[in-house]
Design a protein around this ligand. Structure first.
Ligand code: ADP
Ligand code: MG
Length: 694
């Protein structure tokens, strides 16, 4: 790369952002838009018309011909339908047109997006509406307008709408608490998120040769190579040229789109990498993560690579996740999870900490459900990703503070009196403790919580909706209690102390991968759902329904619809995996093994005739035949299992997990053994060595 990239100059150049709006809109219009955002109200049509016109002109100047309402249906990825700006005139020419109506409202033909029964077929229409808190951007000659997606009756059909609702809720309740602490200034509290994204890159030509990668995004077969990740020589290692060219290109594209791509490095597994943008509000972070995933795939193709976002592309090699860093921040710039320097700031911090601990303990199942998926089942709890049991890591210093508050002892000196919240200063808590427990699913990292259970392909909306909502719920209850108190200081002390004591069981600083923790967690009464099938039924517990409806995040129908979609998605993915397994086994693996063993037998009889020893041929051919027979039997068994999936959706999920997934494992064992026995030149597709050590 010879050209020098002027990053500040290109940053956000493809975004119709606030600066751009200020330049291109009349002040009245710009202010009207700002007001809408501040007060959470709808845009007037005349305002929308002017914004649309300015947006269109900006986009056309930059080469756009189309626009699209970009939305986040319940599939977890994004969808778009492109319309051109052209509009015919009477004399047979066209002009470029874009109205306020087209900006604020769209009607994609959306009947084939999952709706979980929210959209009966007679009213299949879905609508999209611009989310004016999210900037429009330009990609591939189209103007992308971030939108919410809802049904004719107004039911949310997407992941953005509930996220926005949860952000409003947590803001409202957090502000109530701030008022109690004498903060009369803060108008809004934002949930802030920085999502670290892991992914694999593979050469395109090799990817193309594997049906499993093409159809399911992961390898369903593959014997382990002689070398794996045991040398740890990939982690933070030098980045390959092709990969670093890709990363440079990716950064440039993301910067143009106003995404603060900051860190990039190699990950533990060979071919695995990570990208992390600087944190921003949860809504923008969620949009940004979707854009990152989208741009990564496109950009990889340009460099003759394929970007895999699957949670577990290779058995025996670490899978990919996402780390969701989450905090709350006031519009005056105060991070509410930052242990402060004054007693008052400390007290505020402890209230937010207590609410967080209580919320996570009470809704651990709900949080667990947000990361339940067929793909993530392959890594959670397997000593490469956090365990399936939710717990919170606080670090030594903060744990000691919590203990001292519970036990009524002083943190620094057990002889001294009780720590008085709001009076005493907290001991200093190192921001970047070296011992950041990597086995913890949810760790306090100085001024934020890092939730590490998300799968790499999942939308980050799910866990953030839950984190915001449980926080809103607990802060709301705290505010109810504190607002009634005659003596604020002592009520505060009691509340924080009681909350820590009652929810202490969720705090854990030890090794989350250990056998002892599983036993200890059971003794503490923490839930442990090792699979999606076991976990999903808890999603629609009465407790969760009460929470989300009370907080206005989902109506009960909207919530149950999501449950249906999760059940469906799990079953469908397992079935596609299973069918692909059979297809490859019958059409590729078995023929290769049979072909090779036939050739071995030919050699064997020739040698026998000549009176030469043929031990190797004999034993190899024999073992190949035995395993080939078993493979064939398992294919039939799996096919029968697929033909007998129960009708009932809930039963089907259990069945898929218990019967189909375990049959696939048996089949894979045989196939991988055959791969080890077969001459490379007979093998129909690239092996793990080919893929991972190209
Ligand atoms: P790690 O050591 O876990 O890889 P990184 O520093 O690479 O951590 O990434 C941490 C992520 O957390 C980044 O996206 C960063 O912007 C984000 N982050 C930092 N501070 C906050 C905060 N207060 N709230 C939310 N996210 C934050
Ligand atoms: Mg991290």
């Amino acid at each position: 790369m010879s050209e020098i990239l002027n990053v500040p100059e290109i940053f956000g150049i493809d975004v119709f952002n606030e600066v751009c709006m200020k330049q291109r809109l009349r002040p009245e219009i710009f202010n009207a838009w700002k007001k809408c955002i501040e007060n959470n109200t709808q845009l007037e049509l005349d305002v929308a018309n002017e914004i649309a016109e300015a947006m269109k002109n900006w986009a056309i100047e930059k080469g756009a011909t189309h626009y699209t309402h970009w939305f986040q249906p319940m599939t977890g990825i994004t969808a778009e339908k492109h319309d051109s700006f052209i509009s015919p005139t009477d004399d047979g020419r066209v002009i470029m047109e874009f109205s306020g109506k087209s900006l604020v409202r769209g009607e994609p033909d959306a009947s084939s997006f999952p709706s979980g029964g929210l959209r009966a077929t007679f009213e299949a229409r879905g609508y999209t509406a611009w989310d004016p808190t999210s900037f429009a951007f330009l990609k591939d000659n189209s103007l992308y307008i971030p939108t919410c997606f809802f049904s004719f009756t107004g039911a949310a059909l997407d992941k953005k709408t509930p996220l926005l609702r949860s952000m409003d809720e947590v803001s409202r309740e957090a502000v109530r608490i701030l008022r109690l602490f004498g903060d009369m200034e803060t108008k809004r509290v934002s949930a802030c998120v920085g999502a670290e994204q892991e992914y694999f890159l593979l050469p395109k030509d090799m990817y193309a040769k594997r049906e499993d990668l093409r159809l399911t995004g992961r390898t369903l077969f593959g014997a382990l190579p002689p070398k794996g990740q045991e040398l740890d020589d990939h982690y933070f290692g030098t980045i390959r040229t092709r990969v670093s060219n890709f990363m440079q290109d990716l950064d440039e594209q993301l910067w143009r789109l106003g995404i603060l791509s900051k860190t990039k490095h190699n990950e533990t597994a060979p071919c695995q990498h990570e990208i992390a943008p600087i944190y921003t509000n949860a809504n923008s972070a969620c949009d940004a993560n979707q854009i990152i995933m989208m741009v990564m795939k496109k950009c990889a193709a340009k460099h003759n690579l394929v970007c895999l976002l699957h949670e577990k592309p290779f058995a025996g090699v670490n899978g990919s996740g996402k780390h969701n860093n989450w905090s709350l921040s006031t519009d005056t710039g105060v991070n509410l999870f930052s242990p402060g320097k004054t007693p008052r700031q400390n007290a505020l911090f402890l209230v937010f900490l207590a609410a967080f601990i209580k919320g996570v303990d009470e809704y651990q199942d709900f949080l667990r459900c947000t990361v339940a998926s067929a793909g993530n089942d392959n890594r959670l709890g397997s000593h490469e990703a956090p365990p399936a049991i939710i717990s919170i890591f606080l670090g030594d210093e903060l744990s000691a503070v919590v203990d001292s508050i519970i036990n009524g002892t002083n943190y620094t000196d057990p002889e001294k009196s009780v720590m008085r919240i709001g009076v005493d200063v907290l001991p200093s808590i190192p921001k970047d403790t070296t011992d950041r427990n990597r086995t913890s699913p949810l760790a306090f990292t100085g001024n934020k919580f890092e939730f590490r259970m998300l799968g790499s392909s999942q939308s980050i909306a799910g866990p953030n909706i839950v984190l915001n909502t449980i926080m809103a719920e607990e802060l709301g209850k705290f505010a109810d209690e504190l607002e009634q108190a005659s003596d604020f200081e002592s009520a505060l002390q009691k509340l924080v102390c009681r909350t820590f004591a009652e929810h202490q069981r969720i705090i854990f600083g030890g090794n989350g991968y250990s056998e002892e923790w599983t036993e200890e967690a059971a003794r503490r009464g923490l839930s442990n759902y090792p699979s999606t099938a076991k976990c999903l039924p808890t999603y629609i517990s009465q407790k969760n329904i009460d929470l989300v409806t009370k907080r206005g995040i989902y109506t009960e129908d909207e919530f149950r619809a999501r449950y249906e979609i999760h059940l469906d998605a799990y079953r469908k993915i397992v079935c596609i995996d299973a069918k692909t397994c059979i297809d490859m086994a019958i059409h590729q693996i078995l023929p290769a093994a049979l072909h090779y063993s036939r050739d071995l037998c030919k050699g064997l009889s020739a040698k026998k005739q000549a009176g030469i020893s043929a031990k190797a041929e004999f034993e190899l051919a024999n073992e190949l035949s035995v395993n080939a027979d078993a493979l064939y039997d398992y294919c039939n068994e799996l096919q029968v299992a697929l033909d007998n999936i129960p009708q009932d959706k809930e039963t089907a999920v259990d069945y898929c997990h218990d019967v189909i997934v375990s049959c696939m494992e048996k089949l894979r064992n045989k196939a991988d053994r055959l791969e080890q026995l077969t001459d490379n030149s007979y093998w129909p597709y690239p092996t793990y060595s080919d893929l991972l050590f190209y």
